[in-house]
Design a protein around this ligand. Structure first.
Ligand code: CA
Length: 331
């Protein structure tokens, strides 16, 4: 047995299993992310950067920088954002320095009257030169926007002119298109329900919403259910289906009992970076399931009214909501 252990130990030693344990021997560490390109040293230089917008839900649609959305190219130097230039549709020459380490940041944000949300996941997926983004205020207007980190490393030098890089930010067309009431509409407004007098009866209220047209999206930041009663022995919010978030248990809503009603609030987010976007791609059913399940323990004369509120954030951060009510009756 002892021989076996010594044998394994010796074998392990020859394989370097214990190299990190030997005093004085350097422990190998994972290489840190290179800040210079592997082929030659990064020296900076002038680059022509093109920013070409695309519609995530409409591959035939091209969006022009400066016309359909705002953009700017920034470097992050010594803790400060430095504006380098902006493409207005035909490319812009920017000068990157050695300290930029081969990266610049492309700011992308909505433009007044153009009704587009920035689609971050699709932008990351469709640009091999972009691996991360930030949600920050780089242009100093006290509002955050998305910035995508664009690699300038290993860009081939053309026979003439500057090395060229094209960045494709993706966008979602906002459903309202300038009319907030159109951003979200009811697809199904259920009739009142006879819940009966059975205790803990589960009542599924089959609300559904729709967008004005396919190939559009709406940002949603809050869901609220209001019940016109304060007697919580008669009802319980069981579940709410919130597309893009989940079939959320009523216990995850914040309950507030007011003088004549009880409110349940589920806050999804507060700005473009953390809200959900309900999308209707072309050829898909324009129906957004918002089923709400309320448990009731009613007497035959009870009637409680349940109202669903859906709060939306439009392309320009303005907000709107839709609501609809259904009564649950004891008989
Ligand atoms: Ca800003």
């Amino acid at each position: 047995m002892l021989l076996l252990i010594i044998g394994i130990a010796y074998f392990g030693y020859t394989k370097g299993w214990f190299s990190g344990l030997v005093p004085g021997q350097q422990v190998p560490t994972a290489p840190s992310q290179p800040t210079t390109p592997t082929t030659g040293g990064w020296e900076g230089g002038t680059f022509t950067v093109y920013v070409k917008g695309r519609n995530s839900l409409d591959s035939s649609s091209a969006l022009t920088a400066g016309t359909n959305f705002n953009t700017g190219i920034y470097a992050y130097r010594n803790g400060h954002w430095v504006f380098l230039g902006s493409d207005t549709g035909s490319g812009v020459n920017i000068e990157a320095t050695r300290e930029d380490n081969g990266y610049v940041w492309v700011l992308v944000e909505e433009k007044s009257g153009q009704y587009y949300y920035v689609d971050v996941p699709t932008t990351l997926q469709m640009n091999s030169r972009v691996s991360e983004y930030r949600w920050t205020d780089a242009d100093g207007d006290n509002q955050k926007e998305f910035l995508f980190k664009l690699s300038l490393l290993d860009v081939p030098k053309p026979a003439s002119g500057y090395p060229q890089v094209t960045f494709y930010p993706y966008f979602l067309a906002e459903s309202g298109q300038g009319t907030p009431a159109n951003a979200l509409q009811w697809e199904t407004q259920p009739s009142d329900i006879v819940a009966g007098t059975t205790a803990n009866k589960k009542n599924y209220i089959g609300w559904a919403a729709k967008l004005t047209a396919s190939k559009r999206a709406v940002g949603v930041y809050k869901i609220e259910v209001r019940i016109n009663s304060t007697d919580t022995s008669k009802f319980k919010l069981d579940k709410v289906n919130i597309p893009g978030v989940g079939y959320i248990d009523g216990s995850q809503f914040e309950e507030t009992i007011l003088s004549s009603e009880t409110r349940y609030v589920y806050k999804i987010g507060s700005d473009f970076s953390d809200i959900v976007y309900w999308k209707i791609p072309e050829g898909t059913n324009n129906k957004i399931d918002l089923t709400v399940c309320v448990e009731t323990s009613l007497s035959s004369s009870d009637v409680i009214q349940v109202t669903l509120y859906v709060y939306q954030m439009l392309y320009d951060r303005s907000t709107t909501y839709d609501s609809d009510s259904v009564c649950l009756k004891g008989s």
